[in-house]
Design a protein around this ligand. Structure first.
Ligand code: SF4
Length: 391
């Protein structure tokens, strides 16, 4: 079985476990659904209506690009899903469904576990999130062994699968396999043995994110790694708990173009190998065009357009999306034809009434400030919130 023919899916431990390599078709069920999510930030200046009924769905095995300008609510959506909203934020209404279960209605401990195990966030600046005084290996193994009992069975299973897959096994490997079989039968794994297995798994994760010389990286501190290597290490740590949803927030923004291309290639590779939905949050449509399967455009706290990648770039339909596309530098157009969207991002303490884009929209008419346009399907899989569509 070649690397490209394999998928990394959840191990035998059901909800808990590590990735194991196996042949599997790419699944298409929705891993994450967000419905009518409204979030308000209480500030001294007033209530900031940050999310105004976000609707979004992400399938397993796909990369969804979530785009829009700064302050449109992309990151707040990710933080709301991951349960990491700041203390002054309040979820007013809506649903966040993870594999059909509404996280906003679950008991506190169940939500905590679900978010811890099933949702992973990777941010723009890994240096802020990596512990500077711990080696990369220790940080990954800590994530693996933080709940050793839960992971023990899968650590054993993963190591056994690997050893059993080796055609020619040495005497030491045979002995290890035998001791693992015994540990599995007795459900007993010492801390020392668990940490040794976790360390071997950490190496697997570093290989999964294509870090060269993973044995060396395991012993390195974050400051010894380049920006791209740090981002790969962060992604490896995020994958340790085999999330069903990986939220990648501007992960290529701080990287130079070559490294950015490598990280995007890695995301494409992971999409084919892990059994997860990936949401790539970015303000850069060029990044979206490189890796995403679908695109969702956000403006002033709501999703205004959703479409497949090719359809979106061929036929952007919402006036805001059209404005974004007209503002991109394209080799087939001279720079004189570049346009910008007039006006500026609205104040979300006093957002515009009706369609929040109406003060900037060249097509706005009487109805637009009066009510909020519904999401209308303009073609299969392509939907827009604008009164210009749907009669
Ligand atoms: Fe423009 Fe009206 Fe459509 Fe809003 S609903 S995008 S203001 S035309």
């Amino acid at each position: 079985m070649t690397e490209s023919e394999t998928h990394w899916t959840r191990g035998s431990g059901g909800n808990q476990g590590t990735y194991v390599q196996q042949q599997a078709p790419r699944p298409t069920e929705a891993a994450l659904s967000i419905r009518g999510l409204k979030v308000v930030f209480h500030t001294y200046a007033g209530d900031v209506q940050a999310l105004d009924g976000v609707d979004l769905e992400v399938q397993r095995g796909e990369i969804l690009g979530l785009v829009g300008e700064s302050g449109c609510g992309k990151s707040v959506t990710a933080l709301a899903v991951a349960g990491l909203l700041p203390i002054n934020a309040e979820v007013i209404s809506g649903e966040v469904l993870l594999d059909g279960k509404n996280l906003l209605k679950m008991k506190k401990e169940a939500v905590r576990l679900s978010r811890l195990n099933d949702i992973a966030l990777v941010f723009q600046d890994p240096m802020t999130y990596l512990n500077p005084v711990l080696t990369i290996g220790l940080q990954i193994t800590e994530a693996l062994t933080s709940d050793l009992k839960v992971f023990a069975e899968d650590l054993i299973a993963a190591r056994m699968t690997k050893l059993e897959a080796m055609m020619k096994r040495s005497l030491t490997e045979e002995q290890e396999l035998e001791s693992l079989r015994r540990a599995k039968q007795s459900h007993n794994l010492s801390n020392k043995e668990g940490k040794r297995l976790a360390s071997l798994r950490a190496l697997d994760y570093l290989r999964l994110v294509r870090l060269s010389e993973p044995e060396k990286v395991l012993k390195m501190y974050p400051f010894e790694l380049s920006g791209g290597m740090r981002q790969r290490a962060m992604i490896a740590m995020a994958l340790v708990r085999r999330p069903r949803v990986l939220l990648a927030d501007e992960i290529t923004t701080a990287l130079d173009v070559t490294v950015q291309a490598q990280i995007l290639e890695l995301l494409k590779d992971l999409r084919d190998k892990i059994d997860a939905a990936i949401v790539l949050i970015t303000h850069d449509l060029a990044v979206v065009s490189e890796v995403c399967d679908r695109v969702a455009v956000m403006y002033a706290g709501s999703v205004v357009e959703v479409a497949g990648l090719v359809e979106f770039f061929k036929n952007p339909s919402h006036p805001y999306s059209k404005g974004l596309m007209a503002a991109i530098l394209r080799p087939d157009l001279s720079s004189e034809t570049l346009e910008s969207i007039k006006g500026s991002v609205p104040d979300l303490i006093n957002p515009p009434s009706g369609c929040r884009f109406h003060p900037r929209c060249p097509y706005a008419y009487q109805k637009c400030p009066e009510s909020k346009p519904p999401m209308t399907e303009v073609s299969p899989g392509h939907a827009v919130t604008c009164f210009l569509y749907g009669g």
